[in-house]
Design a protein around this ligand. Structure first.
Ligand code: CP
Length: 316
């Protein structure tokens, strides 16, 4: 039975954002994801805790990492998966996201994973269906499973995020990744330094997150490189930018070039959520550095993180 839309409530099994997680939930999810990593990578067999369950991936924005890793995560746990995109579905005829989700719910799925360009779109769906809803990225709002995998990749590398200085560089304004990462890292005790040109850092970004850590802002990337414990570069989100393209001097001003990488402390992990615009926000040699680039490790952690979130949604 679908939930009465007038009730407009969400469920504790929904996973809509890092900001709305109850105290301690982030740490519990990270512990679980870390324990699931060997199963996520197929090194050991996972317990099929979701056997007989069906997970629906509704992806109304394109995706490689998130969609495929949700599918692998669900299958590792024994679930069946159905995938729906905007193209090839009745969204192309004008059906809304909520109507799409309610129809998929009516087919008896056990959880709905949603990616949408609408900020708040995942919560909107959650208010209208009676199945757990997982946010796989909603507009500029949040990308909470990305933050989970980022935090896991950092924890594996740094041991703990408490007291660590983590720069997030680039298009903060349009980035749901930056918002979720800031919430997660601050909860875990890190200092997040938002770095970029003034036009790409929203006013008040230093006040968005609550926790033992904090967020600060700088426009001077070269001034902080030697004092970081980790650095994450972001893609310019052209699909969300209000006109214009990438400034021709962006790489010179804020790109993680080989020259800048040389100013980092030895062993500083380098993150990027993907997809990468090579030669813009990060140079090839930095992105592909076998010692310190953890970009593909992030992707591996994504499968484990999504297994943990699916178990929380359906099995717990
Ligand atoms: N990081 C991320 O969300 O990548 P995709 O858009 O490929 O899912």
């Amino acid at each position: 039975m679908t939930r009465d839309p007038r009730a407009a409530s969400t469920s504790p099994r929904d996973f809509l954002g890092i900001e709305s997680l109850a105290p301690g939930e982030l740490e519990t999810l990270l512990d679980r994801a870390e324990a699931l990593l060997p199963a996520a990578m197929g090194q050991v067999r996972s317990e099929p805790k979701l056997a007989g369950r069906v997970v629906a991936n509704i992806f109304f924005e394109d995706s490689t990492r998130t969609r495929v890793s949700f599918e692998i995560a669900a299958k590792r746990l024994g679930a069946e998966v159905v995938n729906l995109g905007a193209s090839g579905s009745s969204a192309s005829k004008g059906e809304t996201l909520v109507d799409t989700a309610r129809n998929i719910e009516a087919m008896g799925v056990d959880a709905i994973v949603v990616r949408t360009s609408i900020s708040g779109g995942a919560a909107l769906v959650a208010q209208h269906v009676d199945r757990p809803v997982i946010n796989a990225g909603d507009g500029r709002h949040e990308h909470p499973t990305q933050a989970l995998l980022d935090a896991l990749a950092l924890r594996l590398r740094l041991g703990s995020l408490a007291g660590k200085r983590i720069a997030i560089v680039g298009d903060i304004a349009n980035s749901r990744v930056a918002r979720s990462a800031a919430h997660a890292f601050v909860r875990l005790g890190a200092e997040v330094i938002a770095v970029g040109p003034p036009s790409l850092i929203p006013v008040g970004f230093d006040a968005i997150a609550k926790g033992p850590g904090k967020v600060s802002i700088t426009h001077d990337i070269d001034g902080i490189l030697g004092d970081l414990d980790a650095i994450m570069t972001l893609r310019i989100q052209l699909e969300r930018a209000a006109g214009g393209g990438i400034a021709p001097d962006y790489r010179a001003g804020f790109g993680l070039t080989s020259e800048r990488r040389a100013k980092l402390k030895p062993g500083t992990p380098i993150l990027h959520p993907g997809p990468v615009n090579r030669g813009v926000e990060i140079d090839d040699a930095v992105a592909d550095d076998v010692a310190d680039s953890v970009i593909l490790k992030q992707v591996s952690c994504g499968v484990a993180a999504r297994m943990a979130v699916l178990l929380r949604a359906i099995a717990d």
